[in-house]
Design a protein around this ligand. Structure first.
Ligand SMILES: *[C@@H]1O[C@H](CO)[C@@H](O)[C@H](O)[C@H]1NC(C)=O
Ligand SMILES: *[C@@H]1O[C@H](CO)[C@@H](O)[C@H](O)[C@H]1NC(C)=O
Ligand SMILES: *[C@@H]1O[C@H](CO)[C@@H](O)[C@H](O)[C@H]1NC(C)=O
Ligand SMILES: *[C@@H]1O[C@H](CO)[C@@H](O)[C@H](O)[C@H]1NC(C)=O
Ligand SMILES: *[C@@H]1O[C@H](CO)[C@@H](O)[C@H](O)[C@H]1NC(C)=O
Ligand SMILES: *[C@@H]1O[C@H](CO)[C@@H](O)[C@H](O)[C@H]1NC(C)=O
Ligand SMILES: *[C@@H]1O[C@H](CO)[C@@H](O)[C@H](O)[C@H]1NC(C)=O
Ligand SMILES: *[C@@H]1O[C@H](CO)[C@@H](O)[C@H](O)[C@H]1NC(C)=O
Ligand SMILES: *[C@@H]1O[C@H](CO)[C@@H](O)[C@H](O)[C@H]1NC(C)=O
Ligand SMILES: *[C@@H]1O[C@H](CO)[C@@H](O)[C@H](O)[C@H]1NC(C)=O
Ligand SMILES: *[C@@H]1O[C@H](CO)[C@@H](O)[C@H](O)[C@H]1NC(C)=O
Length: 752
């Protein structure tokens, strides 16, 4: 073989590129294929100089035998070959197995304790497999030389073994058991006997109880502890203060309570301190915070901390992220915050903070990307210096007492993608829109509930907003007409204009907004026959299905949880409470993408309810009440599996009310749903239609033919999810805040 002869005198690193095969044209293999093959041979030759012992080979084969799915390991794990050449195995020069690196190999089965007998093993990495059963911790780490043990992202279960006090774990430095199914209390002695532990990651399991004290007494080099996403309770142990080398401490998403002990602030090496989503309380003292001079991330979000933000925070020169949102902090921001020149994320949402931001010189905070002040008590105007934070990506000011106008220098925020400035007392919406339009990267603009009682000018001169996808200007009692400039905002997906006093028609060009899938213009004074236009909206039309959100909105916690994030991708048409006229065209049945709600209530819509409305099979809520509708209720409406709210009251409908549908009431194994089945929509859904009969109305249909109930598989879980989604959507437009009318009207709607 030519290749075999070539291989030994190749210098691999230096000859890869210049090496040239003159005959490569006649060969079916490309030069790189052949080189790769040569490389394999060379490597094999090299490693065959050391050969593993039969004993070690036996331990590996025992491990293999414990697997029910070996991910193809048997191909190379052959008894008659040198195990130093086996997939995932690395040997040291003295023929000892040094590393077993088998992450993401699709392994199933259990972890054999025989691996603990490999006397030279330093690194065992089995993460991202589907290994199950218990972890034979004692056998693996007690007398072996394993330094790094990573079994994260598997399905290991049971309690973690309590090692006996006699054991000493001499070598183990890194133990990662995160993202498994471990339960029970964290064993105290196990913790104590690991004398050289540097990093312990037990996150994302189901550990319960308090965390053991005596954390670092035995392991003086302890540096990384991750206990997040478990069910630990109790307070943070005082002797954490002994961990002088501790760099990373993460305990978020547990049930820890009490104050952060003063001792913790003796861990002066801390760079990352995070305990979000717990029940911690107390005050952050100046004298404590100042001791953590190396801190780069401080995350105490969603606890019950009170008091002021300590002034000494300004001395944390390395601070990059400050998350204190969802607490009970009050007082003014210390001006020293302007000294945290590395700050990227400032998250103070949902507290009772107050005062003027003008005290802070934002111009030195040029690294800021996210500022979230939602729902506090800040006042005054927006300081000019904030417009110098040119890396700002998300700015949320909503729900404060800010007033005044936005400044023209705001155009410098070229990276701004998310701006929320609703529920404040800002003024001059015309000026504001002229400034915002120049922010080319703006995708989300939420200014509802600000600029109260102003005039929304039609103003054709506003062009810009090239990338705007979500716009909310609802709840502001604005006067004026439907804004003409929106015709140029061609990427618009979600538009909220509810609860204003806008008049005139909704222009037909709205159907050219190719991506619009959520429109809420409820409670205005719009007129005209809008439905013939809306049925043509491409993003809602099954005929020309456009996938909304091809560019993702900013990946912030801005929408709260993922559920709400998901909601913003659901389709809605709400034109309720206007003066719309005309009939419901049969083409309404083409809006198959509609899923949250179709709300046409409180208008002057006439004619019959078209049969085709029964094609909107994903719909949660359908409200046609308080119009001038005539004719019968399409009996096939009981096909709408997801319908959780339905209202046709106060029209001029006649004939029988559909029955059945939705839930299979004859399935006794399923809990009886609290609503949703057509029969269960109560009277209020139908009253005010003198000629309707059946259902729960006192007016019974004579010789009523019961409409058969097709079986459905909708579970009550799905059902209640839908309701929560519905409420959640209302919350979204209210900018994550319980906004009075919006929410109550949604809830009222749900209670029909
Ligand atoms: C591997 O081969 C040795 C002898 O070469 C034999 O003793 C041993 O049983 C074999 N192991 C397995 C698992 O087949
Ligand atoms: C184990 O392997 C995974 C995947 O390659 C890697 O992400 C992880 O960092 C490794 N663990 C350790 C402790 O090196
Ligand atoms: C493997 O190690 C265990 C202790 O962890 C020991 O009891 C056992 O005898 C060892 N097995 C062999 C074959 O060396
Ligand atoms: C497990 O945790 C260790 C220490 O924190 C870390 O080095 C390793 O990368 C983690 N493994 C994975 C797969 O994330
Ligand atoms: C712990 O493991 C999880 C994965 O389960 C990883 O996301 C996290 O970053 C790790 N923590 C540390 C401190 O390395
Ligand atoms: C927790 O573990 C599950 C299952 O391995 C995984 O899907 C999930 O991403 C993990 N969560 C975190 C926060 O690491
Ligand atoms: C914290 O460290 C200081 C010295 O920096 C020491 O005086 C004090 O006793 C320590 N506190 C605790 C609780 O360990
Ligand atoms: C804010 O800081 C900048 C430098 O970072 C400085 O030039 C400016 O004078 C400061 N402004 C005020 C009002 O202190
Ligand atoms: C907000 O500040 C005003 C004074 O500016 C005060 O009257 C009010 O009580 C504060 N509200 C809260 C919730 O702190
Ligand atoms: C604007 O957004 C685009 C696409 O997301 C990005 O590549 C670009 O860097 C952003 N511009 C600024 C100034 O941040
Ligand atoms: C409709 O808007 C008006 C003001 O424009 C407001 O007073 C009223 O409460 C709103 N109604 C509902 C149901 O939200």
């Amino acid at each position: 073989m030519v290749i075999y002869q070539l291989a030994p005198n190749m210098k691999i690193e230096s000859t890869m590129r210049p090496f040239h095969f003159p005959c490569s044209r006649s060969s079916s293999k490309s030069p790189t294929d052949i080189l790769g093959f040569a490389l394999v041979i060379v490597l094999c030759l090299a490693s065959s100089t050391s050969s593993c012992t039969d004993q070690d080979k036996g331990f590996l084969l025992q491990f293999l035998a414990g697997l029910s799915e070996d991910g193809g390991l048997t191909l190379s794990w052959q008894n008659d070959t040198n195990c130093c050449t086996w997939e995932g195995i690395t040997c040291s020069t003295d023929e000892m197995i040094k590393e077993i690196l088998l992450a993401s190999k699709g392994l199933e089965g259990h972890i054999s304790q025989s691996l603990g007998n490999l006397t030279g093993l330093l690194h065992l990495n089995l993460s991202h497999n589907s290994l199950s059963g218990e972890l034979p911790l004692e056998e693996l780490v007690s007398s072996s030389s394993i330094t790094i043990l990573d079994v994260s992202f598997n399905r290991l279960s049971g309690a973690l073994q309590e090692l006996s006090v006699q054991t000493t774990v001499q070598h183990l430095q890194v133990l990662n058991i995160s993202s498994n199914l471990f339960t029970g209390k964290f064993p105290v002695t196990t913790w104590k006997v690991m004398k050289n532990l540097v990093a312990l990651n037990a996150s994302n399991n189901s550990f319960i109880g308090p965390i053991p004290n005596s954390l670092c007494i035995n392991a003086p080099s302890f540096a990384v502890l991750d206990l997040s996403f478990n069910q630990f309770v109790g307070s943070i142990p005082l002797d954490i203060g002994n961990c002088s080398m501790l760099r990373v401490l993460k305990g978020g998403h547990n049930n820890f309570s009490g104050a952060i002990p003063d001792e913790l602030f003796n861990c002066s090496s801390l760079e990352y301190l995070s305990f979000p989503n717990n029940g911690l309380n107390g005050v952050l003292h100046d004298a404590n915070i100042i001791k953590l001079s190396k801190l780069s991330i401080l995350d105490l979000e969603q606890n019950m901390f009170s008091g002021e933000i300590p002034k000494s925070i300004g001395q944390l020169k390395r601070l990059e992220e400050l998350h204190l949102g969802h607490n009970e902090m009050y007082g003014e921001l210390p001006s020293s915050l302007g000294n945290c020149t590395n700050l990227k994320i400032l998250d103070l949402k949902i507290n009772h903070l107050s005062g003027d931001l003008g005290k802070i010189n934002f111009s030195s905070l040029s690294n800021l990307t996210t500022v979230d002040l939602l729902w506090n008590n800040f006042s005054g105007t927006i300081p000019e210096s904030i417009y110098e934070c040119t890396n700002l990506y998300a700015l949320r000011l909503s729900g404060n007492d800010f007033h005044g106008e936005f400044s023209p220098s705001m155009h410098r925020l070229k990276s701004l993608s998310f701006l929320s400035a609703g529920l404040c007392a800002f003024s001059n919406i015309r000026n504001a829109l002229h400034i915002f339009k120049s922010l080319r990267n703006l995708t989300v603009l939420l200014i509802g509930g600000s600029f109260m009682h102003e005039v929304l000018h039609e103003d054709e001169a506003i062009d810009g907003f090239e990338n705007l996808q979500h716009l909310d200007i609802g709840n502001s009692m604005l006067f004026g007409k439907f804004p003409m400039w929106l015709s140029k905002v061609t990427n618009l997906e979600v538009l909220g204009l509810c609860n204003n006093q806008l008049t005139g028609p909704v222009p037909v060009w709205i159907k050219n907004l190719n991506f619009l899938f959520s429109l809420d213009i409820s409670n205005n004074s719009f007129t005209g026959e809008i439905l013939t236009t809306l049925i043509q909206l491409p993003a809602l039309n099954s005929g020309s299905k456009v996938s909304p959100l091809d560019t993702k909105p900013p990946e912030l916690t801005i929408y709260g949880d993922s559920r709400r994030q998901y909601l913003t991708q659901r389709a809605l048409l709400n034109i309720s409470g206007n003066g719309f006229t005309g009939v419901i065209p049969p083409e309404i049945g083409q809006l198959k993408s509609l899923d949250i709600a179709l709300d046409l209530s409180f208008n002057s819509i006439s004619g019959e309810i078209p049969q085709a409305i029964c094609n909107l099979t994903n719909l949660d809520m359908l409200d046609l009440s308080n119009n001038n509708l005539t004719g019968t209720i399409p009996l096939q409406l009981n096909k709408l599996h997801f319908l959780s709210a339905f209202n046709v009251s106060n029209n001029d409908l006649e004939g029988p009310i559909p029955t059945g549908g939705q839930f299979d009431t004859f399935d006794s194994s399923r809990p009886i749903p609290t609503g949703g089945q057509f029969d269960t929509f109560d009277n209020l859904s139908f009253i005010g239609n003198a000629k309707l009969c059946g259902g729960m109305l006192s007016h019974h249909c004579n010789s009523a033919k019961a409409v058969p109930a097709p079986a459905s598989t909708l579970s009550t879980d799905q059902f209640s999810d839908k309701i929560i989604f519905g409420i959640g959507f209302g919350l979204f437009f209210a900018i994550g805040v319980l906004l009075d009318h919006m929410l109550t009207s949604k809830i009222r709607f749900l209670q029909f």
